[in-house]
Design a protein around this ligand. Structure first.
Ligand code: ADP
Ligand code: MG
Length: 708
């Protein structure tokens, strides 16, 4: 070490040196996050233009864009003939012959280029041997042309700082790549055959061959995602250590006979889910598991399994749902699945006071083992004797405080096991980033084998008339139909108004011979319930609704759904809405009014799998958009783009787990630089960062690459 020549040691100070810009361009650089040479080197090009081939003037076909190297013979600026502005004209020549080079509205060029200059011109030949210049640079024999020759870097630019300037700055900083410190342990780099950091930076900025850029970028993206996963992994570990659970015994006394009593066999996925839950419940640390699966995928059975494990151990379990309707539905399903095996009760805001008092008493004595309800569960008077398992349905509809309030119902010093249920599938990319602190289980198949809903996107009056005709036929066969009105995000009142107007229109026109009910979020809950009942009982044929029907309606006889202005809805919302039909024996039809060419609508028409749709949604919108990057505690990614780099993310997670397994604090000599990089990038407090709420927990992602 000591014998090594000094000048070969990295000099990180070169990377922390300021860029040396002044005034407006310094401000513009700052908006791109570029203050130092190091920042600049981490500002990668989006792509490179291939300008490797230099051409002779004589070989150019008209209109063909090319780079030529010429000598200026004579140059002048003159007013344009037909338009306002000036053009600079230069007589130029190369070995193959002469041409007239033209610059439009750049009078300064005439001052910058003197006769006799060597210059590279990028542009195309137009009529009468004129070469229209798009980009140019003068060069002397020793120069490496950066704007017009070779693989030309295209940097994300901003107002006040051009690609051209960024290219020049990068050239100037070129030597500093050697100072970049290598955070990755050598064993990892060897195993994954990754170039070192200086080589990766050089390849990404100054590639000699097409593939080099991507090789360099991938290495940097992998490193970035590894750092992210290490930060998340350390946070998860710190939290796990602090979360003393209540390990359950899993005697099987109750649960085995319950399984035997079920009228169906669990699907393979349900069996896997149950096994994962059991493993969690028996562990010292409290379970934190997310169970995702579409409506009807059989989540409730798995949840009840977890809840019964608590009862089996003489403890208690609670399920919290976001609305009364959902809580009631859960109770009905659970009741049916339990077949009277264990008492279960419902507690909501509308539970009458005497009943409520009685419930609270039985809960506190421990006589009541299972409770289902709404927010009413977290009110202070609700006290459990020994709450060990909590299930939260559609948790994203609750805030952290509500969840914590439920968790706090467990005995002092204990964290109850927590199972989250969601019908909105979470793509793998988000699972591994925003949801990095939850274990996940997915139920992809539907046990009842529901038939896919036939889906059409249509527009125009004729298609509309046909759709109504089709609905009338269905009604004629005794079926029912939803009409979903446009989403008005800004105002629920406007949306309600539109629904009311539409219901009135349909009552006197298309469905004048049928019974039309109306439901929207502004109705008093009594009226809402009445409308729902009317539809559920079959006394209304058509239900005109706003997006309030997204959750919680189960009418197997409804077979058609018509969605107005479908482009206003998000992909997952459309899928949730569509899930309201085709639940019975009759199949289903969904007609969306909108532009069939819109990628989102094309996706919903052709794809029925909710998990696949969630992935498409992520691809269409980009990870940063899906849940909003701003409120996520995580910084934007510089090198990786999600979900495109998902494969690197998965690899990063695997390596993070392996490294933390062996060296939880990353304090071994080989890992020290890695640890420093994690701290520098994701904060030294990463392991103590507050856990984000489900709403806030959101995607990370780079800005979409700028279009050049
Ligand atoms: P989710 O909560 O995911 O919407 P549920 O658990 O309510 O789904 O299940 C939907 C329906 O399917 C219920 O009637 C349930 O009894 C039934 N079910 C669940 N698992 C199975 C299975 N393995 N085989 C047959 N039916 C099932
Ligand atoms: Mg359910």
């Amino acid at each position: 070490m000591l014998a090594a020549p000094l000048r070969s040691l990295p000099r990180p100070s070169r990377l922390t040196a300021p860029l040396g810009l002044k005034g407006r361009s310094a401000e513009a650089a700052a908006t791109l996050g570029l203050d130092t040479v190091g920042d600049l080197l981490e500002h990668l090009p989006d792509r490179h233009l291939d300008r490797r081939e230099g051409r002779d003037l004589a070989s150019l076909a008209p209109g063909e864009e090319a780079t030529v190297g010429v000598v200026v013979k004579e140059i002048a600026s003159r007013p344009m003939r037909r338009r306002r502005g000036v053009r600079v004209e230069a007589r130029v020549a190369d070995d193959s012959g002469p041409a007239l080079a033209i610059w439009f509205n750049q009078p300064w060029v005439a001052r910058q280029l003197a006769p006799g200059s060597n210059v590279l011109l990028r542009g195309a030949l137009k009529g009468r041997n004129e070469f229209h210049v798009r980009e140019w640079e003068s060069f002397e024999a020793a120069d490496a042309p950066v704007h017009t020759r070779g693989l030309v870097a295209m940097y994300p630019a901003a107002a006040g700082i051009t690609k051209r300037l960024l290219r020049e700055l990068a050239q100037r900083a070129r030597d500093a790549v050697r100072d970049a410190a290598e955070p990755l342990p050598a064993s990892l780099r060897v195993a994954e055959r990754l170039p070192d950091r200086p080589a990766a930076l050089a390849a990404a900025h100054f590639p000699d061959a097409d593939a080099e850029f991507e090789t360099g970028r991938r290495r940097l993206a992998f490193e970035e995602l590894l750092l992210l996963e290490l930060a998340l992994g350390r946070r998860r570990r710190a939290r796990d250590a602090a979360r003393r659970g209540s390990p359950l015994e899993l005697s099987g006394e109750l649960v085995d006979s319950w399984h035997a009593s079920l009228p169906f066999e669990l699907t393979g996925e349900q069996r896997t889910a149950v096994a994962e839950v059991d493993r969690d419940l028996a562990a010292e640390q409290a379970m934190q598991r997310l169970l995702m699966g579409e409506v009807g995928s059989g989540k409730t059975v798995v949840a009840l399994h977890a809840m019964l494990r608590a009862v089996e151990s003489g403890r208690q379990a609670a399920l919290m749902a976001p609305t009364e309707t959902l809580a009631e539905q859960h109770l009905a399903t659970l009741d049916r699945l339990l077949g009277g095996l264990v008492p279960i009760a419902l507690l909501t805001g509308s539970t009458p006071a005497p009943r409520r008092r009685e419930l609270l008493g039985r809960l506190e004595s421990g006589e009541l083992g299972l409770l289902v309800g709404t927010h009413a569960l977290i009110e202070p008077p609700v006290r459990f004797r020994d709450l060990a398992v909590t299930v939260i349905d559609e948790e994203h509809r609750f805030g952290v405080r509500q969840r914590d309030a439920l968790v706090a119902k467990a005995p002092e010093g204990r964290t109850p096991h927590l199972l989250h249920l969601t019908a909105t599938p979470i793509p793998r990319t988000l699972e591994l980033t925003s949801y990095g602190d939850l274990e996940t289980t997915a139920l992809r198949e539907l046990p009842s084998g529901r038939r896919p809903v036939e889906t059409h996107v249509v527009s125009g009056e004729r298609a509309r008339a046909r759709a109504y005709e089709r609905i009338r036929e269905e009604i004629g066969r005794g079926r029912q139909c939803f009409v979903v009105c446009p989403l008005v995000e800004e105002s629920e009142a406007l949306q309600a108004h539109a629904a009311t107007v539409e219901a009135e229109r349909l009552r006197v026109s298309e469905f004048r011979d049928h019974r039309v009910a109306l439901v929207h979020g502004q109705l008093p809950s009594r009226d809402k319930a009445a409308a729902m009942r009317e539809f559920a009982s079959g006394s209304a044929d058509v239900l005109v609704a706003t997006s309030v029907i997204e959750v919680g309606i189960d009418v197997p006889n409804a077979t058609v759904m018509l969605i107005e202005e479908a482009e206003r809805y998000g992909l997952s919302q459309l899928h949730q809405l569509r899930g309201r039909v085709g639940r019975g024996a009759h199949g289903g039809l969904c007609v969306l009014f909108g532009d069939a060419k819109l990628p989102r609508l094309e996706a919903i028409a052709t794809e029925t799998d909710g998990f696949r749709l969630a992935e498409i949604d992520l691809e269409l919108r980009g990870a940063g958009e899906v849940l909003g990057t701003r409120q996520s505690g995580l910084p934007r990614l510089k090198f990786a783009t999600l979900p495109e780099d998902e494969e690197l993310l998965v690899l990063g997670r695997a390596w993070a787990e392996r490294l933390l397994e062996q060296d939880p604090e990353l304090e071994a000599a080989d890992n020290m630089l890695l640890r420093a990089a994690v701290d520098a990038r994701f904060g030294p407090q990463a392991s103590e960062a507050p856990e984000p709420s489900f709403d806030e927990r959101s995607a990370v992602g780079r800005q979409p690459r700028s279009q050049v």
